[in-house]
Design a protein around this ligand. Structure first.
Ligand SMILES: *Cc1c(COP(=O)(O)O)cnc(C)c1O
Length: 382
């Protein structure tokens, strides 16, 4: 078997616990769609979907039809909603794998209807409303017409009507409730054609936590299921709610002592001001450990923080272990996650990288070999 020094460890028990926690927050009458796009936010789409399924998930959200096909081929059952909609080339997969695409205009709706009706099947679609997000979705004035059309066309049925918020991660902003009311207005305007069993869903993780009045029939959660919550800082009730499921670890390559005035790594952007013990780590921007982390990030060794010195290279970087007791080649290094009593979470890495936790998870998860484990079985990766 091939072996890499760097690995991303995924805690499957944490994924299950987060799903159950999300279900508990919204209550049993509200469904939770598990969002597994972007390879499950870097956690591995299939393993993540299976874990959520074990915890009770019956609805999954993917970006593209192709991901839905992979889920079906892996045996995932339940509803699979294709959040970006589909093109002509995906119609066959939609039918064959029973996927439910998002629709947002008449042409797509009519095309799906004709295709499905011609093959004597009826497919569920979710109508997406742009209530102020400014991205994919029908404009509010088009919505009543689209709902009427969907209710009359053969081969399609309206399984859901949905919208997406532009800044539900900011509890102080009035935009979320404004967009919610606009969405409700659309539904009301088309009441005659909107059956009772059409699933209404608008809330993402942040809205679940900060705007409980928006839960409706179903919520769509991604980041919360992976252990993070953009709206939870300062929201004490939900602060410790979710458990980060990803850990990124490596091993020390070399340890050496250098004198004061010694330049470290490309460009010598760091020069030691004292006799320094360096630990060379086999992690760099090719592994998703971006160059922006140069002279900024911390890593954990023996449960203690060590600073990254100088520029991060393609497959290497250097940490200052002068103040840490006896570090040796082969010792575990944690780039993100827990080690002993210390933690570096995705939010902290995101701060150094000038981005958000979502991007850090996608990046580390997609650039490194992944292993899976249950809580407490640290060395039992599968
Ligand atoms: C990705 C996505 C979500 C999940 O958002 P989180 O903030 O990760 O909970 C919900 N809805 C749509 C339409 C999405 O694209």
């Amino acid at each position: 078997m091939t072996y890499s020094l760097n690995r991303v460890e995924i805690d499957l028990s944490a994924l299950r616990a987060n799903y159950r926690r999300m279900q508990e927050i919204v209550g049993e009458r509200v469904r939770v769609m598990a969002i597994v796009k972007a390879d499950g936010y870097g956690h591995g789409m299939i393993r993540a979907a299976q874990a959520f399924s074990e915890a009770g998930a019956r609805t999954f959200g993917v970006a593209e039809a192709e991901e839905g096909v992979l889920l079906r081929e892996a045996g995932v059952e339940g509803e699979i909603v294709v959040l970006l909609g589909v093109g002509l080339r995906e119609f066959e997969d939609v039918l064959h794998y029973r996927l439910q695409p998002v629709v947002y205009d008449k042409a797509l709706l009519a095309g799906l209807s004709e295709y499905a009706h011609g093959r004597n099947v009826c497919i569920g679609v979710h109508l997406k409303v742009d209530a102020g997000m400014g991205r994919l979705g029908a404009m509010p004035e088009e919505v009543p017409g689209l709902i009427e059309m969907a209710s009359k066309l053969p081969g399609v049925f309206l399984a859901g009507i949905m919208s997406h918020f532009s800044e539900s991660d900011n509890p102080a902003s009035g935009k979320t409730m404004e967009q919610y009311r606009r969405f409700e207005g659309c539904c009301r305007a088309a009441q005659t054609f909107l059956r009772q069993d059409v699933t209404r869903h608008v809330a993402n993780t942040a809205a679940v936590v900060s705007f409980p009045e928006t839960h409706l029939d179903m919520v769509r959660s991604g980041i919360g299921l992976y252990g993070y919550c953009p709206a939870c800082d300062g929201n004490t009730a939900s602060r410790v709610t979710f458990e980060p499921a990803m850990r990124f670890a490596s091993r020390v390559s070399q340890v050496k002592d250098v004198p004061a005035g010694f330049g470290v790594s490309y460009g010598h952007t760091f020069v030691t001001s004292r006799p320094t013990r360096l630990a060379v780590l086999p992690v760099g921007y090719d592994d998703g450990y971006l160059r922006r982390l140069s002279n900024r990030a911390k890593v954990l060794i023996h449960g203690r923080r060590a600073s990254v010195l100088g520029n991060v290279c393609m497959n290497a970087c250097v940490a200052d272990v002068t103040d840490l007791p006896s570090v040796h080649p082969g010792d575990e290094v944690v780039l993100m996650g827990r080690q002993g009593a210390e933690v570096i979470d995705a939010n902290e890495v995101a701060g150094w990288m000038e981005t958000i936790s979502y991007e850090v998870l996608c990046l580390f998860g997609s650039r490194n070999r992944r292993g899976y484990r249950e809580t407490g079985s640290a060395d039992n990766l599968s």
